[in-house]
Design a protein around this ligand. Structure first.
Ligand code: SAH
Length: 348
């Protein structure tokens, strides 16, 4: 059986031609049914010949995941849900309703192998990659929650579980599918990939010249500190990472966002802020300061509000653009991997 959400429109055209001798416009019709009319079954697709609908039902499917948990925040319009696939794996997805549009946070892997010390996603290691179609399903599920309210998903952040640059081809295929004008039509400018800092991936993205937004999880201004928080720093130390970031800017002309999760007593001193400013001052960029989310399995404290502002202020004074990330869904375990970790603990 073929998962149709895995196909780009071009691939769907090839597949329909090859398997059923259909003309390209049929693929466009099918694609529009899937993504614009949000069909969940082939029988709905009334402008396709009945014989084709029946043949499709025998050979292909659309949705394969089921919802196992859904939480709607009481403090803001955020929904978080856990989907389960037939092989038993679960990943979480977050839908954030902002006043400027609806944003979905997608998971790119089941678990993660990057080992960042503050992150819940990596606690059980990496189980498997998410296929492109499975990421599409996370989006279609989010869109189905909005359909009742007349809303649409307008932006995507690949900031759920997993490292998107460690699943590069599937992530790009996913982006090709959801940005297609015959489908969900979410512009690549409104899609952000967040990476732990895999240098080859950053360089490849730069060379491909896609208008995607790049976010880099920096979290510390020097190798000593970053190495303690993020094992990946051994393979790609800060100097190499910064070289890749400069290359990315040269190639694309796009500003990079640096993510910096503030952990009390670790990376939140004003000396760190000044060192950070020094490190990135000659690169057009923006810093997102994230008050670290508490993860029960991890031992650390979040920085006090006063110190967060002091840190932000030190960056501003050094001429660095920075914002303090607004927290959403704080009451529903909205940090990456938290919901899945809770679910697995309950099952164990
Ligand atoms: N693997 C990618 C994307 C997933 S995480 C990456 O590392 O960028 C998205 C962001 O959330 C990253 O910046 C990550 O470092 C951060 N993050 C992970 N756990 C967190 C926590 N407990 N509190 C705050 N931010 C966290």
């Amino acid at each position: 059986m073929v998962h149709l959400y895995n196909f780009t429109l071009a691939e769907l055209k090839d597949w329909l031609a090859h398997e059923f001798g259909e003309k390209p416009y049929r693929a466009v019709q099918l694609f529009e049914w899937m993504y614009q009319k949000r069909a969940t079954g082939f029988e709905e697709m009334t402008n396709l010949p009945k014989s084709l609908r029946e043949a499709l039902a025998e050979r292909a499917f659309l949705r394969s995941a089921k919802e196992v948990v859904r939480q709607d925040s009481k403090v803001d319009p955020t929904s978080k849900f856990l989907l389960e696939w037939p092989d038993g794996v679960t990943v979480e997805t977050v839908l954030m309703r902002h006043n400027y549009g609806n944003s979905v946070c997608v998971s790119s892997q089941v678990g993660c192998k990057m080992g960042c010390t503050f992150c819940a996603s990596t606690l059980g290691g990496m189980i498997r990659q998410m296929q492109a179609g499975e990421m599409v399903e996370q989006l279609m599920y989010s869109q189905s929650l909005l359909d009742g309210q007349g809303g649409r998903v307008s932006s995507i952040v690949l900031m759920g579980s997993g490292e998107p640059m460690d699943n590069y081809d599937n992530v790009m295929r996913f982006i090709d599918i959801v940005s297609d004008a015959h489908g969900l039509n979410i512009g690549q400018r409104h899609i952000t990939i967040s990476t732990v800092g895999l240098v080859p991936g950053i360089r490849r993205l730069a060379d491909e010249g896609r208008p995607i937004t790049l976010a880099v999880s920096l979290h510390a201004p020097n190798d000593e500190l970053r190495g303690r928080m993020m094992p990946v720093n051994k393979a790609y130390p800060i100097a190499k990472l910064m070289e890749a970031c400069h290359y990315y800017y040269q190639k694309t002309g796009k500003r990079i966002s640096f993510e910096y999760a503030l952990v009390a007593g670790q990376n939140d001193s004003l000396a760190c802020a000044r060192e950070l400013a020094e490190l990135i001052r000659d690169l057009p960029c923006h810093v997102n300061l994230i008050p670290v989310n508490y993860v029960p399995e991890r031992e650390y404290r979040r920085t006090e509000k006063k110190q967060i502002y002091a840190f932000w202020n030190a960056l501003q004074e050094a001429g660095i653009n920075a914002t303090i990330r607004r927290e959403m869904g704080h009451d529903i375990a909205a940090a990456c991997g938290q919901l899945r970790a809770q679910h697995m603990n309950r099952r164990a």
